[in-house]
Write a protein of this length. Structure first.
Lengths: 224, 219, 224, 219
């Protein structure tokens, strides 16, 4: 996130703060699928007074935290292939049923990473234009079309400072028009029929500075 | 905290409305959520579309709903049995609509609805009059008919035990349509023999994970 | 089966003998689905030295015989809604999985009743032209298209003496071109690319007499 | 008498041939039938199409099959991982074909193959380049892509216990693709931790009924 070095006054969120900000918006009792990578942190910082049931595409509901070193079941892993545990009340099921849950509108909230998000909600999070890497998609497309609410959690810009929030995606789409809200290290932004609407900005960052880091026009909720 | 247990049948079926499509579990008399159906009867709702394998028998549950003229349409595979007197009477009088669906197609239409799919091609019924008016396509040398998802407002099912997260296990052949119906409705209600504490059900043996269940009630 | 009263010398099979003749052709180790009505008898007379796994569309594999009076599980019934038992090694599963087995080619043999069978293998066993009865289909269509081998078990003619084996069905089809073999109280008949081929006839019935009761040309296996 | 238990891995995979399509269970390193894959490697068969979620990692099982140039084509959802060195090497060299399928579609394509259906419409991937060349249809206001059944010659899966009828139960998240793969292949082989006597598995908790299984072997 070196792109922010030029704005020392901006109190951008670190990964854990960003995860906590996302977790704040996940209600008690939700069924949640966290994408691999950054979104996985959300479970670690969720408010302890909320009962949230985490789903994993490989056939788990009621996932608990990582096991203590050396105590884990080697077959019990999450979508990111990291060891996890199962809470009382959890259940195992097969892959096809796991995707019934994901594609069928049974997951309340999914939190996904993104390469790009467009102002109309289009999501690109599975392939770039780097032809030297084999393509890989996993369960991202099923989740993106199937979860009731799609949250994106990402740095506001790429490592080299280019915006990830755009008028339209240049990378291949994961799914069209699916993103509901975007949480970045700089802002919380809703995708609305009128495009991006900023709900929150980190302290020390002006509207113009946020707009300068964003590839599509921003409206601000406090103006409406 | 999640607690899907409710204290009464009336609370269990609260919100079922006139015109709803209601899935009702069971095959013959096995696995029918009799008490839940009676609770819906007590609600007084009308113009229901009922999706169930058989069209009721005798004077109770589905047959009672039909007798009381609460059912506008029934979607099923086998409405005819020795006890389906009320269905047959109203059907002959033109007072109830019947959509006949081959049993595997009935089950699969609910499954694809619950799975977020847009429909499927099946060879079952493709050579029969039940395919009339539907898209027919030859796949791999065989006729297939296109069938659409069957999504519902409510599912009423019967299971054996439930915990507060709504996890369900069933009893023998009473399982039948319960698991698929649970996935296909906006509101899924299960009547069970008993509640158990969270963690008592072996995670390897849960048949319907609680994500598909909204309310559980002992009956 | 009064239609045979005029041929007193024909040793037509009774229901149990017919069931036994069908059972004779079911190999050890088969997965079998028996249609409701007459075919259900097959399980009662199968050779005891064969291990046959019976499937029921309502979610049972490994069905055993009817329970002793008063000892049965009221929820444990077969497709004909009669009480049954479960053998050691049996399993319960839900309806959708039961039809995966039926439609997906996993059942080795199904034995079905029939109103009519055509010389090209067309089967009509779910609806007649009686418009006063509501139509009912159950799982017949899924079984007919999905079982590896479709055997029909039926009286050779209707109660009023009309043939059930025809050039083409006049009743609505269950499925086209699916029947492999027909077992009647008078004969065992294969459906072949050349039409009906008789394998066996009951003693006391001539070829001409059998042909007279059949609505399509018969060939005889012993001629070929 | 039915007895699907076999005494050795070699017998378990006998009959796998050049050019076969082979389903291999597992997700990451969970539920991979490592010993069965090595037995196929020992057979020396070539030109395989391997269907599996990931493209192997390190030097064992699927990665070993790829390294030894036995795999003509891989059908999977996520071939890229920190250890997928051999796949990436051969893919860059143009020596292995990749068919990328969204994970839910991969699973569902095997399910419809096992279920005797002709294909289905799914919204997953319909807006992406993975839908190119496929039939796209707007259903209920949303783009869907038509996906075909994925049937195989052989399925190699890993379960926990089996009886002589081939009934299977699994262990935790190692279940993953096992149950659906078992339905979609002409020959299904399961490696298990242990055999149990017929009747020891609770009929309420069998996950894969033996009808879908041809051979079981302890490994």
């Amino acid at each position: 996130m070196s792109e922010l070095a030029s704005e020392p006054s901006a109190q951008r969120l670190d990964k854990r703060q960003l995860a906590a900000r996302v977790a704040q918006d996940i209600p008690d009792g939700s069924y949640v699928n966290l994408g691999i990578g950054l979104p996985t942190l959300v479970a670690d910082v969720a408010p302890p007074d909320r009962e949230i049931i985490y789903h994993s595409e490989n056939g788990i509901l009621g996932m608990g935290p990582a096991p203590e070193e050396g105590t884990g079941d080697p077959e019990l892993i999450n979508a990111g292939k990291q060891p996890v545990t199962l809470l009382p009340g959890g259940a195992y099921f097969h892959h096809t049923d796991a995707f019934v849950m994901m594609r069928g509108g049974h997951i309340d909230i999914t939190v996904l990473g993104a390469f790009q998000v467009a102002a109309n909600g289009d999501l690109a999070n599975w392939a770039t234009d780097d032809a030297t890497l084999p393509p890989a998609v996993g369960g991202a497309m099923d989740l993106a079309v199937g979860a009731r609410r799609v949250l994106v959690m990402t740095t506001h810009t790429t490592r080299d400072g280019r915006p990830k929030l755009l008028r339209s995606c240049t990378y291949p789409l994961t799914a069209a028009g699916v993103v509901d809200r975007i949480y970045t290290d700089l802002a919380v932004i809703d995708v609305t029929p009128d495009g991006f609407v900023v709900r929150e900005v980190v302290p020390g960052l002006s509207r113009d500075e946020l707009q300068a880091r964003t590839g599509a026009p921003l409206r601000f909720a406090t103006d409406t | 905290m999640i607690d899907k247990r409710v204290a009464s049948l009336a609370v269990a079926v609260a919100g079922v409305r006139d015109g709803d499509t209601v899935l009702v579990g069971g095959f013959g008399n096995s696995g029918v959520p009799v008490e839940l159906v009676h609770a819906v009867l007590d609600l007084g709702v009308r113009d229901l579309t009922v999706v169930t394998n058989n069209a009721g028998s005798g004077e109770t549950d589905i047959a009672a709903l039909i007798r009381e003229r609460r059912v506008r349409k029934i979607v099923c595979s086998y409405p005819r049995s020795s006890g389906s007197v009320w269905f047959e009477k109203l059907w002959r009088a033109g007072e109830i609509e019947l959509e006949l669906v081959p049993q595997g197609t009935l089950s699969e239409r609910m499954r694809v609805a619950g799975a977020g799919l847009g429909g499927f091609f099946t060879p079952a019924g493709a050579d029969s009059p039940l395919a009339e008016g539907k898209e027919v396509r030859v796949i791999d040398g065989r006729r297939h008919v296109f069938e659409e998802p069957l999504k519902a407002d409510v599912a009423l099912i019967k299971a054996d035990r439930a915990d507060r997260w709504g996890n369900l296990v069933y009893h023998s052949a009473a399982r039948n349509f319960g698991p698929v119906m649970a996935t296909a409705a906006a509101l899924t209600v299960a009547q069970v023999r008993a509640f158990v504490e969270l963690g008592e059900l072996d995670p390897e043996t849960v048949v319907t994970p609680g994500i598909f269940v909204d309310r559980v009630v002992v009956a």
